[in-house]
Each structure stands twice: as structure tokens, then as C-alpha cells.
Design a protein around this ligand. Structure first.
Ligand code: FES
Ligand code: FES
Length: 974
């Protein structure tokens, strides 16, 4: 190895260091110097998180090899721009504009903004967007709007037109914090680049720590493993251990991740997923071994030397192939369709086939078949885990986790460590959007720590991460819907075939969502529907914001537009006639929990009318303009068995510590918890500085449940109220004043109080009946009415979303910047889902760019978010959930707008420019874009509904839950 001594002028000071000029990138060197504010996400030059200024020019340092860097070059990193005690105006602006969510992209954006403002301190918004586009700064969380706001604010300060105070959110007066814009507690460290994410933790681990690399053969989607030869790898320099399933079994693990059955119709008999595959590879991203070595490079080199011999097996890469009558089973214990949920209502409940008759005899009807693609989450930070034994001999695992306690349940017996000796600690996290519910990465690191009995760090390359982590379930669907001559819907039939990929866990929960959200929130009197879910050999399905519902809206919101057209009614008016009104029921035969639909449509009406007018005005043969609507929404909480616990403690200095697991993935777990605590302790006139948050460490915090299902604010909010009341009751004196800490101690009164809230206290909650789909599982909903305005370039087929409006109902808004951030972010994911995102081709879609992540110019700068703040009568302080409704149906608004603009209906997502252009060519030739032939989803819909009726299963009620494979550690989802 030939090394070079070099000098660089870093943030104003000359610094000497040693590097490998051929191999080291500038980002590697800077991070080795301790400047870990320079984050590495993609590592391949496509995300901008590693942006720095080199000799006055903005560059992406991950692809800048040291051999091309001149001695004494001048480097500016985030650490040179400002510090926590001396913030640069750009940092102040990012914090105060809500431009920081997970914060992983933030240092790159701030450095990029700094470089822009050096060149031009008076940019227009479009110039700011052009700059970020040119320099490939990707933010997956924010939808970019608040970032541009921040740059504009900072520029004003730099020009002397505003002061720091002018761009700082004022502290609310009179303890009225709830609903006000309060800056997130974690944003200060994020804007300064001193928040230590997983890879930063790794760099700061003790010297003896080992590094783990995965053996991910990437040779087949389905294969028998004939031999894993580790002999050459074991002899590689620095190697401590090569771990296959054999070594893990010898160390006491079962190698099998815990799974459970959540639905009576699930046929999975044994857990489907092993930590290290030993008999079969079920998908492209499977891992068969781990190489553990003294350095990361040595571990990677050794992993490359592990030889895997395989025999290929038939591969089913989509639902349609896996459910053909002659398809072999992906897992021997279960048919490929491993669960199903019917939905029957009205005449459908009496005799499903009657729905067919109602549709046939209605004035208007339409039908279509649709495909929702396998959407990748594309968080900029990928997989990074550290595992070690702590002072109490707990197996401590620092990771990204959507649910620190449920991660323990998912590990189960797999690594041979009892549940009470596993401690999960959440690192500062560069987002997840759902993939970190799955814990496969946690099990890999845990296995390495257990086998070697040493501290270990596992950090995947972005490509490894992309193949390893789960994705949103793709879904094929067929549907028909009909209305009378007045445009009132008479009946709907639908069937969904969800592809849950190689592994089953959680699929029978995801499957219940289309059975609730197809045709939400309309009044559909008669329904015959069925949702099926199947194993294939593609990547496994997992949670993703609004999980299971976008697939439903892909069908129902397209059919709503198609039926409106058939009936000759404007799509807004058609929806207005069909939204549910007080007393009308949802497709599960229960009343909606709330009825904000009409008020929300009234708010949207003038905006829609103006958009239609503008589309007409600016429509040209070259650039067709169109407008599209969609209704969306999602449930709040995971139902009757959901519960959350928190604790609040009065400290010796009369401040408070709040303990919870409100997992912060960028959505605002810190600010959400703070707002709730401030409001709950309001009688004590507590200020934000008086509350310390201790979060997301299972050794220290009670279980507040998973951050998912839009449940955390609602559930932990209710628990916070209970804990605060208990504490305040303990503190309250007879005269109504409150005891100090010293007084409490002197009187022997407990200073730490727990609050536990359970949904069992809500009357009437019940899971969907597995035979009929009748049920009312959750206490609240969130609602979104979306309006997309698009322009289609007829020469290329490229669609640009030029404006997006969303009227939402998330109850009372707790923190406006956080909720707006969820809205902008969710909408940007929806636009990406509609137009570009996919994980289907494992070569093309292996990185963010190839997988279609939206850059700033792919998302409109004008996103209007209008909160219809109907106070939720049972949520904490009037709030409901937030976040997931914003990504439920926005994609269909875009697809409907494309159809409105140019007549091309995209039935199979995403709406790439090639697909739109092909449709335009068909229309130009005098044809019509037809839906795909009705999909065969495993059996005839009505035959299957008959079969279900003839063979009912016993309804297990709200407590239904069966651990698979006798894993005593298996736990509920939540
Ligand atoms: Fe360097 Fe993504 S561009 S980490
Ligand atoms: Fe930008 Fe998370 S805040 S990626």
C-alpha cells in the first residue's frame, strides 16, 4: 500500500494527514479527521449529502479521489460554516423554516446553499432550485419547499435586509405552545453536522471493535444452496470469523427470525425468514454469510472470497406468475397465496354475486385493471448497525428502528439471547419511512456480536442496502364500479393481488388495508371485494408510509374518474355527490369515525375551479395541461390491542425528564413528544428548556409502541396525559399549588410517574371479520383531498407536476412545521411513486438515481397544504395522527391529471415518459389507451367469495395472534 502525507487547509486551518491517494475519497479523509458532518449516503455521487466546498467550488466529496486533490487545497465543510454557539444564518434559517427532518441531507444542503449564496446572494426561488438540481442535492424527507424557504430567508440576512431575529420563530407566550411553530430540539445538532448517525457512531467505537461485511451472492432470485465455501475467506488478512448459519446455531441461536400470524386466513405455518440463508436463496438480496474482520475493508475483501454454489430454481418475480395453477410453492409450508380478506356489504353480504347484477343493471359502469409498483423507500442513509455487550451484559444494538421494543420481538430466539437481555437503542436516524420495522439488519449485527463476543459494526453499501431492505408491496387489481343516472354510486367490486415477495411477516396486516381503503371515504352501498397476498421471489414487502392503502387508491380513485367521465359528470362534482355524509357507512359497514369530507371539498372547490380554468388557458398542443383529483386517508393507531407507555419524572432541579419511545425518524419524534409534554404539564407553566427527553433506549424508556400506522402522536399523547396527571396529582398541595422536588422527597412522594394508554378504552373497536370484512378497527382517521396540476410534453411524454394542493384533516395541528413537513414530504413521495420510482429491475434500480428518486425539479415549488382543523374529539388535545394520509393517494391525483391533460390513462405505474409517449402515439393514430386484460389473481373473484362463504373461519376477535414456530419471544406488531 503506497500512502501519501498531505496538507489541506480545512475550514481555515492547515491540517496534515496520511491518505491512500488511489483509494481514499475526500469524504473518507475528512471523516477520518473527525469531520463527520460530511455524511455519506449513496457513496456514488447521486445524493449530495457529502457536499463540501473545494477551492471555492461545490463538489460531492464521496467521488473525489485524493489523487486528484491538490496539496493545500482549501476545503470548507459544515463544521467550518457555523457551530452550535455561533450559527451561520443559513443554519438558523434551516432550523426555523422546518427544513430539517431526519437531517441526514442537511449538512450537504447547508454547504450547498453556502456555496450558492457566495456566488449569488439574491437568488430567485427558481435559481435556488436550479442550483440544488445541478448539484444533485437530494432530500427524501422534506419535499424541498421548506429548504428553499430557508435559503431565501438566509439570503435576506446576508444582504442585510433582515436580522437573525426576523427569521427566528418567536417563542410562544403564556405557555401556549401546542399548535405553535416550535423549533425541533434535535435540529441544532443536525444543522451543525454534529448529530452522530450510525456510521458516525461506528467511527467512534473502541479500537478493538470488529467490522462485519455481508455475503450477498446476488446471483439468483430463487436457488438451492449447494455449498458455501469459506476456506479462502478465512485465510484473508484481518479476518476474525466467517459466520454461516452453522456458527450461529453453534452459538445458541435458531437463525430464524420471529414471526407471528395476524389473520385467521393466513396459511403460513412456520417462520419464513432466516438470518443467514443455508438451504435456499429466496430473493436477490438474501445474505448467506458474514465476514468479520479487524477493518471494514478487510471484512469486505473476505466477504468477496466466500464461494457460494447454487442450483437455480424457478423464479416468480411478480404476483401473476406466482399464482398460476402450475406454479411451485415459494415456501413449502404454504400455498403462494398465503392470506386473504373479503369485503362484503349490502347485497354483497347476502350474496356476493348480486353485486355483479347491481353493476350490470346500473345506468353507468366502468371497469379497469391496475398495477401499483414496488416503491422503494430511498432513505438517504442506508443500513448501519452496531452491536456489543454492555456493562450489564445485555446485547446492546444501536440501529435504525421504527419500534425499539418490537425489534426485540422480531429478533425472537434467533440469536439465542433472551428477550430481557436484549437492549435496543435508536441511533440518530437518517429516515426510514417504514423499512426499519423489519429488523433483518439488526439480526445480522446481533449474530456477529453473539458469535464473536466482540463489539461489531455493520454498514452496508447503498446497493447492498437497496437489495436487502424490504419495499412497498406491488399490487395487481381488477375493479368495476357503477352509478345511477344521478351519478350516485350503486355498487363496486374489486380484487387485489398483493406481492409480498420472499417473506411473509406482516403481509397479513398489510393485506387488510385495501380492504378498508378502497373507495375511501365514499358511501358505496353494495360491495363485493377480495384482497389476496402472495409470496414471490422478489424483495419482501414491508411497511412504508400509509402501508397498504396507496394500492387501494390506485384502483378506486382511477375508477372514480373513469366513471365520472362515463356519466358525463365533472370529477369534482362526482366525488362531491358520493362522499359519505353523517350516518352513511364505509365499505366495512361501519359509520366513518368523523365526517369532514364535505367541508374539505367546499374548501377545495374554488381552488379546483381555478385550476381547471388555468389548465384550459395554458393548454397547447405541445404542452398539454391537466388537473387531477384524488381522495385519500389512513387509519390512526393499530386497533383495539394497541397500547403505549411513557414516564415523566420531576428532577432534583425542578425540571422534568420525559421517557418514551417516540422513535424519531425525521417525522418529529422529538418535537412531537416535547409538544405533548408541554401541553400535558401546562398547569405547571413549564417551558421547553425545562423538559429533557430521554428516548428510544429499551433499557431506559417504557414501551410507547412502534412509530407507524399514524399512531405515535395519538397513542403516546394519550399516555403522556395520563403520566402528567399522575405526576401533577402527586405534586399538588391542598391549596392547589405544587410541591417542589425537595418537598416531594421530604414527604416520601414518588417523583417519577408512568402513564399507559390502551385502545381498549375506546368503545366498539373491532377487527375486520375474516369472513365478511365487517369491522371498525381504529378510533380515528386522517383525510386528504388532493389536487395535482400537470403539464405533459407531447414530444417526449414527460410529465411535470406544476402545482399540488392538499386539503387535509389531521385534527388539531400540534406543530405546524412538523405537520407541513410530513405533508410536503409525503406528497413528494407520491409524485415520485406516480412518475418514476420503482424497484423491479435489480440492476437499474440499485441506487437512488436509477430507482427514480425525485430531485428538486421533479417536485413543484408550489405545494399548498390547507389544514382543515376539525378537533378530534378523542385524540390528545384534539390531534389525530399525521403523516400517512399525505402519501396515501396523491399519486392517483397525478395519474388522473395526466389522463385529463392528454387522454392517456396509465394503468400500470409508474407513468414514465416512455409510457405516456406510447399512449400519445396510440391516440395520435386514432386509437384509445385500453386497460390491460383483466388479471388472473388466483381464482375467479366470485368463486372465491363463494368458497369463503362455504368455509368460514372462526373469527379470532381483537386478541387474535399466533406466534409461529414456538418462538416465545415473538411479539405483536405494536
Ligand atoms: Fe456523495 Fe451521495 S453524493 S454520498
Ligand atoms: Fe433531508 Fe431527511 S431531512 S433526507
Amino acid at each position: 500500500m503506497k500512502l501519501r502525507k498531505m496538507w489541506l487547509n480545512v475550514n481555515g486551518a492547515n491540517r496534515m494527514f496520511i491518505c491512500n491517494p488511489e483509494k481514499d475519497s475526500l469524504s473518507t479523509v475528512l471523516r477520518r479527521m473527525g469531520l463527520t458532518g460530511t455524511k455519506v449516503g449513496c457513496g456514488t455521487g447521486v445524493c449530495g449529502s457529502c457536499s463540501i466546498v473545494l477551492d471555492g467550488k461545490l463538489i460531492r466529496s464521496c467521488t473525489k479521489k485524493m489523487k486528484t486533490v491538490k496539496e493545500y487545497s482549501k476545503v470548507i465543510t459544515i463544521e467550518g460554516i457555523g457551530t452550535p454557539n455561533n450559527l451561520h444564518p443559513i443554519q438558523v434559517a434551516f432550523m426555523n423554516c422546518g427544513a430539517v427532518q431526519c437531517g441526514f441531507c442537511t449538512p450537504g444542503f447547508i454547504v450547498s446553499s453556502y456555496a450558492l449564496l457566495l456566488e449569488n446572494n439574491n437568488p430567485t426561488r427558481e435559481e435556488v432550485r436550479d442550483w440544488f438540481q445541478k448539484h444533485r442535492n437530494v432530500c427524501r424527507c422534506t419535499g424541498y419547499v421548506q429548504i428553499v424557504n430557508a435559503v431565501m430567508d438566509a439570503a435576506k440576512v446576508l444582504r442585510g435586509e433582515a436580522s437573525i431575529e426576523d427569521i427566528t420563530v418567536p417563542m410562544p407566550k403564556d405557555n401556549e405552545y401546542y399548535g405553535k411553530p416550535l423549533v425541533r430540539p434535535t435540529s441544532l445538532s443536525k444543522v451543525c453536522g454534529v448529530a452522530d448517525y450510525g456510521d458516525d457512531q461506528e467511527l467512534k467505537m473502541p479500537e478493538e471493535s470488529l467490522h462485519v461485511a455481508i455475503v450477498q451472492p446476488k446471483v439468483a432470485h430463487h436457488a438451492k444452496i449447494l455449498k458455501i465455501d469459506t476456506s479462502a475467506a478465512e485465510k484473508m488478512p484481518g479476518v476474525v470469523k466467517i459466520i454461516t448459519s452453522k456458527e450461529l446455531l453453534e452459538a445458541g441461536g435458531t437463525n430464524i427470525m420471529a414471526e407471528a400470524q395476524f389473520h385467521e386466513r393466513t396459511t403460513v405455518m412456520v417462520p419464513s425468514r432466516k438470518i443467514l440463508c443455508d438451504e435456499k436463496i429466496y430473493r436477490y438480496g438474501d445474505v448467506v454469510a458474514l465476514a468479520v474482520a479487524k477493518t471494514k475493508e478487510q471484512a469486505r475483501a473476505a466477504a468477496a472470497e466466500v464461494k457460494v454454489e447454487i442450483e437455480k430454481l424457478p423464479e416468480y418475480l411478480n404476483y401473476l406468475d406466482a399464482v398460476m395453477p402450475d406454479s411451485i410453492r415459494v415456501h413449502e409450508d404454504t400455498p403462494n397465496i398465503f392470506s386473504m380478506q373479503p369485503v362484503l356489504k349490502g347485497v354483497g353480504l347476502e350474496e356476493a354475486l348480486n353485486v355483479n347484477d347491481v353493476i350490470d343493471n346500473s345506468a353507468y359502469s366502468t371497469s379497469g385493471s391496475f398495477y401499483s409498483s414496488r416503491q422503494p423507500h430511498l432513505s438517504i442513509e442506508g443500513t448501519t448497525v452496531q452491536a456489543y455487550f454492555d456493562e450489564e451484559d445485555n446485547l446492546a444494538i444501536q440501529c435504525k428502528s421504527q419500534g425499539v421494543y418490537s425489534t426485540i420481538g422480531r429478533i425472537g430466539n434467533s440469536v439465542g439471547v433472551p428477550k430481557d437481555k436484549i437492549r435496543i437503542i435508536m441511533n440518530p436516524t437518517g429516515a426510514s419511512f417504514g423499512w426499519s420495522t423489519n429488523a433483518g439488519d439488526v439480526c445480522l449485527a446481533a449474530a456477529a456480536a453473539v458469535v464473536t463476543k466482540m463489539p461489531v459494526a455493520l454498514s452496508l453499501t447503498y446497493e447492498e442496502h437497496q437489495h436487502f431492505s424490504g419495499k412497498r408491496c406491488p399490487c395487481h387489481s381488477n375493479g368495476r364500479v357503477a352509478c345511477d343516472e344521478n351519478g350516485k354510486i350503486t355498487a363496486a367490486e374489486f380484487e387485489f393481488g398483493m406481492d409480498h415477495g420472499a417473506y411473509s411477516w406482516g403481509g397479513d396486516d398489510i393485506m387488510t388495508k385495501p380492504a378498508r381503503f378502497a373507495f375511501f371515504p365514499y358511501n358505496i352501498p353494495n360491495v363485493a371485494g377480495l384482497v389476496r397476498i402472495a409470496n414471490t421471489n422478489h424483495n419482501f414487502g414491508t411497511a412504508y408510509r400509509s402501508y397498504g392503502s396507496p394500492q387501494a387508491y390506485t384502483l378506486s380513485e382511477a375508477l372514480m374518474d373513469m366513471l365520472a367521465e362515463k356519466a358525463g359528470i365533472d370529477p369534482f362534482e362526482f366525488r362531491y355527490r358520493n362522499i359519505a355524509r353523517e350516518g352513511e357507512t364505509n365499505i366495512n359497514s361501519y359509520p366513518f369515525r368523523q365526517y369532514p369530507m364535505e367541508e374539505m371539498m367546499n374548501i377545495m372547490k374554488p381552488i379546483y375551479e381555478k385550476a381547471v380554468e388555468e389548465a384550459k388557458k395554458y393548454d397547447t398542443p405541445e404542452k398539454r395541461r391537466g388537473v387531477g383529483l384524488s381522495w385519500g386517508g389512513f387509519n390512526v393507531t393499530e386497533g383495539g390491542t394497541d397500547s403505549a407507555s411513557v414516564a415523566i419524572e420531576l428532577n432534583s432541579d425542578n425540571t422534568f425528564t420525559k421517557y418514551d419511545t417516540y422513535q424519531e425518524l425525521g417525522q418529529g419524534g422529538d418535537i412531537g413528544s416535547l409538544m405533548l409534554t408541554l401541553e400535558a404539564l401546562k398547569p405547571l407553566k413549564v417551558t421547553p428548556e425545562q423538559i429533557k427527553l430521554v428516548q428510544n433506549d429499551t433499557k431506559l424508556c417504557p414501551d410507547s409502541g412502534m412509530s407507524g400506522a399514524s399512531r405515535t402522536h395519538y397513542m403516546s399523547g394519550k399516555a403522556t396525559i395520563i403520566a402528567a396527571e399522575k405526576l401533577m396529582n402527586a405534586m399538588r398541595k391542598e391549596d392547589g399549588t405544587y410541591r417542589t422536588y425537595d418537598e416531594m422527597v421530604a414527604e416520601g412522594i414518588e417523583t417519577k410517574h408512568f402513564g399507559k394508554y390502551q385502545n381498549t378504552s375506546v368503545e366498539g373497536l373491532c377487527r375486520l371479520d375474516p369472513n365478511t370484512g365487517i369491522g371498525d378497527p381504529t378510533p380515528a382517521f386522517t383525510y386528504c383531498l388532493n389536487l395535482a396540476e400537470v403539464e405533459v410534453d407531447t414530444a417526449t411524454g414527460k410529465t411535470t407536476v406544476i402545482r399540488f394542493t392538499c386539503v387535509d384533516d389531521v385534527g388539531k395541528v400540534g406543530n405546524i412545521a412538523a405537520v407541513n413537513g410530513q405533508a410536503y414530504g409525503g406528497i413528494s413521495h407520491s409524485i415520485g411513486f406516480a412518475l418514476s420510482e420503482n424497484y423491479d429491475d435489480v440492476v437499474k434500480h440499485s441506487n437512488m438515481l436509477g430507482a427514480g428518486v425525485p430531485y428538486i425539479k421533479d417536485v413543484p415549488d408550489v405545494i399548498n397544504v390547507i389544514h382543515y382543523e376539525r378537533p378530534d374529539e378523542i385524540g390528545p388535545f384534539g390531534s389525530s395522527g399525521a403523516s400517512e394520509a399525505f402519501q396515501s393517494a396523491g399519486h392517483v391525483a397525478v395519474l388522473n391529471a395526466i389522463s385529463n391533460a392528454c387522454g392517456v390513462r396509465i394503468y400500470e405505474m409508474p407513468a414514465t415518459k416512455e409510457k405516456v409517449k406510447a399512449g400519445l402515439d396510440i391516440i395520435a393514430a386514432g386509437g384509445k389507451v385500453e386497460p390491460p386484460k383483466k388479471y388472473f389473481l388466483g381464482s375467479d373473484l366470485y368463486d372465491e367469495l363463494e368458497n369463503i362463504k362455504a368455509n368460514p373461519v372462526k373469527f379470532g376477535g381483537d386478541d387474535f395472534f399466533i406466534p409461529l414456530g414456538n418462538d416465545a419471544n415473538a411479539e405483536r406488531f405494536f
